[in-house]
Design a protein around this ligand. Structure first.
Ligand code: NAP
Length: 291
């Protein structure tokens, strides 16, 4: 099975490596070409553009930052659409707008190219371990064809509905994730300022009903006040804006998501856009006179 992978960032590199480890034939492309070296050393071929990567591939995966970036790599001048052959399947694993996803799928469809939206959850750790949760929108037949590739990257693959449904599900995921990071930050900073032994606190709290992925994996960042990647603050704000746009369209209120979007806007304005999302604790630390 010939696979192309476009977008070798925090997530893309380990995901591409897992595809290679599963014994599949892989061609990679990244805008900043030197990032192709890691998968190339592990056996991937390199392509000079998304168009070139897509030519000859049966499955074309994209994992880039935001909606305009997916539009650029798929529909742009040297985009996937100009190289992909009829019958091939584009699998977009970025987190982007569901409505833009449907438009991209329609344009690909006119060339006989199929599309699935397959955003992921599980963080950079999940990408490295191949344990991502993958939320898929599109046709069941297409999902069956790409199954071996998705199983190389993820543990839980859920077909949630038609094209765009994966992105809608991911928006829900990001609302929940954001609120969880925020409440972990509130609890952790309270403990730090109260002078508690946080190792003991986390052992107790992490073994009960308050346990969560951010509590286990990111509370250490909040205690140290150091936020290595991870998942960039600017990417989570992008995701909250997707959720808020959907909510406005269908008439749902998301008060915490709206508040967090403002917190993250403040973090970005203060130069923290590329820090891990656990940097939301900065906001609570500052307001609590800790920094
Ligand atoms: P990242 O480290 O910032 O990497 C972004 C990637 O997209 C890079 O390869 C970048 O290329 C490429 N890119 C961005 N704009 C582009 C454009 N206009 N044309 C071509 N390439 C472009 O991001 P990431 O953390 O890997 O995230 C990728 C996607 O997965 C995002 O949608 C994110 O929301 C989602 N996601 C991330 C996580 C996480 O924990 N990090 C978890 C789940 C989902 P360059 O190298 O040239 O900049």
């Amino acid at each position: 099975m010939k696979v192309a992978f476009i977008g070798l960032g925090t997530m893309g590199i380990p995901m591409a490596l897992n595809i290679l480890n599963a014994g599949l034939e892989l061609t990679v492309h990244n805008r900043t070409r030197d990032k192709e070296e890691i998968p190339a050393k592990a056996g991937a071929l390199q392509a000079g553009s998304p168009q070139e990567a897509a030519a000859g591939a049966e499955i074309i995966i994209t994992c880039v930052s935001d909606t305009p970036d997916v539009e650029a790599v798929i529909l742009g001048e040297d985009g996937v659409i100009h190289g992909a052959r009829a019958g091939s399947i584009v699998v977009d694993m970025s987190t982007i707008s569901p409505s833009a996803t449907r438009i991209i799928a329609e344009k690909l469809g006119k060339k006989g190219v199929k599309m699935l939206d397959a955003p992921v959850s599980g963080g950079s750790e999940g990408a490295q371990k191949g344990t991502l949760s993958i939320m898929v929108g599109g046709e069941a037949d297409d999902l069956e064809k790409v199954g071996p590739v998705l199983r190389a990257m993820g543990e839980t693959i859920t077909h949630v509905g038609p094209i765009g449904a994966g992105q809608l599900t991911k928006a829900i995921n990001q609302i929940v994730v954001g609120g969880t990071y925020w409440s972990v930050a509130e609890g952790v900073i309270l403990g730090v300022k109260a002078g508690l032994d946080m190792e003991k606190v986390l052992q107790a709290v992490g073994s009960g009903a308050a346990s969560s992925w951010p509590l286990i994996n990111r509370s250490g960042n909040m205690i140290k006040n150091d936020y290595p990647l991870g998942f960039k603050v600017k990417l989570h704000r992008k995701d909250l804006n997707i959720a808020l746009e959907i909510a406005r369209e269908i008439g749902v209120t998301l008060p915490l998501a709206a508040y967090l979007e403002q917190v993250e806007t403040g973090l970005i304005a203060r130069g923290h856009k590329d820090e891990d999302l656990s940097a939301v604790a900065r906001s609570i630390r500052e307001q609590s006179g800790l920094d």
